[in-house]
Design a protein around this ligand. Structure first.
Ligand code: GDP
Length: 412
């Protein structure tokens, strides 16, 4: 009997030990595997936790995702304790990073979008100037066409005067001659600005500091989209970029920006919703320095409740960022379709911060191509980039000659 009891006890112990192994084996199985789905993780750079700087009191999160965000292949529903995951990124494969289109030739590729509209400035002017008789009524129509296209009163008068003189001298007019004449005068009106973007790092400083560009503008103008597209422009030109999601008031803005960044391997520094934009901007530059990045692009909030509010906020962002060193570019994003309203906004921003360049968005399909001339006149600041569509590479460095070619339609 005793032998039987002993045998039963031994059996029970053995079974218990064996099942314990299975359980721990299962546990081991449920340990997270290095996630490998392309595009689901943070950019390939090693995870450096940017430190909160002297002014940056707000807790912030980097684009690093926790394991809960990543579904493990073949383990749907598996319970994974985050503590078991030490560094999900280190083991992760690099996400599929896109190669953006080169910037050279972008405006040439996109320029046909400028003359798509039936009432486009160029087409309208060319057909009026081709009339047999250029009487007062026709000149008035020409003037009106320019005003409707947002060229502005002053530049319109200058252009009409110049055209009148030159057309008289010309005598008979072939379409080709008219086109050339108009091209020259419009290019003249667009002015001779330095349109280059200062985006190269400050290699002569210690520590070496990235160039910093702040992107400002009213919500809805395409500011965040433009910041993302600009990151692609810079990456296409061989720069490394860090993005700062300092538009902490619009919940979706940081996610939107991060998605743009991930596509080209640029890290996005972001803070909690409603957090302090200046501290996010500060941390972004700090991260840029730590990564040895060429350029930091800071997307800012564009609420225009009161001028004082805007001034306080943008002023603070700039001041705090400049603890690292001067900001290199302040780019104002304007929606080309908003006409006079856009100009009013531009004036307000120009009073608040020192704008170094203008980005005009949504020029595709609008008949308001003359706004480029007017806004430059108003602010004395060059248009440096233009948005010609919703595609990721539909942002082009501005070139006066190519732009006018776009307005006038394809060369015959
Ligand atoms: P934000 O509020 O200023 O940051 O504006 P978003 O970046 O969210 O953009 C607002 C909308 O404008 C989005 O639907 C963009 O796709 C669109 N958008 C931006 N730039 C252009 C452009 O150049 N052309 C066109 N057609 N749409 C644009």
């Amino acid at each position: 009997m005793e032998t039987i009891i002993l045998a039963v006890v031994i059996f029970v112990v053995v079974v218990a030990a064996a099942s314990g192994l299975v359980v721990s084996g299962r546990r081991r199985k449920s340990l997270p595997k290095p996630p490998s789905k392309a595009g689901t993780l943070a950019p390939p750079a090693p995870p450096k936790e940017p430190q909160v700087g002297e002014d940056a009191e707000t807790p912030r999160d980097t684009p690093t995702r926790t394991i809960e965000d990543v579904s493990l292949p073949g383990e749907a529903g598996a319970t994974v304790e985050p503590t078991e995951v030490e560094e999900p990124e280190t083991a992760a494969e690099a996400p599929a990073v896109e190669v953006p289109e080169p910037t050279a030739g972008r405006l040439v590729r996109l320029r046909s979008r400028l003359s798509r509209s039936q009432n486009s400035l160029g087409k309208g002017l060319l057909s009026l100037l081709s009339r047999d008789r250029l009487d007062e009524d026709t000149w008035e129509e020409i003037e009106e066409t320019l005003l409707v296209a947002d060229v502005g009163v002053g530049p319109t008068q200058e252009l009409v005067d110049a055209l009148r003189t030159r057309v008289k001298v010309l005598g008979t007019r072939t379409p080709q001659e008219l086109r050339e004449l108009l091209r020259e005068e419009l290019v003249k009106l667009l002015g001779d600005f330095d349109r280059s973007l200062r985006t190269a790092k400050h290699a002569d400083e210690d520590p070496v500091r990235p160039a910093v560009a702040m992107v400002v503008g009213v919500n809805g103008t395409g500011k965040t989209t433009t910041t993302g597209k600009l990151a692609r422009v810079l990456v296409a030109d061989g720069r490394t970029v860090v993005l700062g999601a300092a538009d902490t008031f619009r919940a979706a803005a940081a996610d939107q920006l991060q998605t743009w960044g991930e596509r080209v391997g640029a890290r996005t520094v972001r803070g909690p919703e409603g957090g302090d934009p200046a501290s996010v901007a500060f941390d972004a530059v700090k991260e840029g320095i730590a990564e040895g990045a060429d350029t930091v692009l800071v997307d800012t909030a564009g609420r225009l409740h009161t001028k004082t509010g805007l001034m306080d906020e943008l002023g603070k962002v700039k001041r705090v960022v400049e603890k690292h060193g001067p900001v290199d570019e302040v780019l104002l994003v304007l929606d080309a379709t908003t006409g006079q309203n856009g100009l009013v906004q531009a004036r307000v921003f120009a009073e608040v911060v020192n704008i170094t360049g203008i980005v005009l968005t949504k020029l595709d399909g609008t008949a308001k191509g003359g706004i480029v001339i007017q806004v430059q006149r108003e602010l004395g600041v060059p248009v440096k980039l233009i948005g010609l569509g919703e595609g990721p590479d539909d942002l082009a460095p501005f070139d006066a000659g190519q732009y006018v070619d776009g307005l006038l339609g394809e060369v015959e």
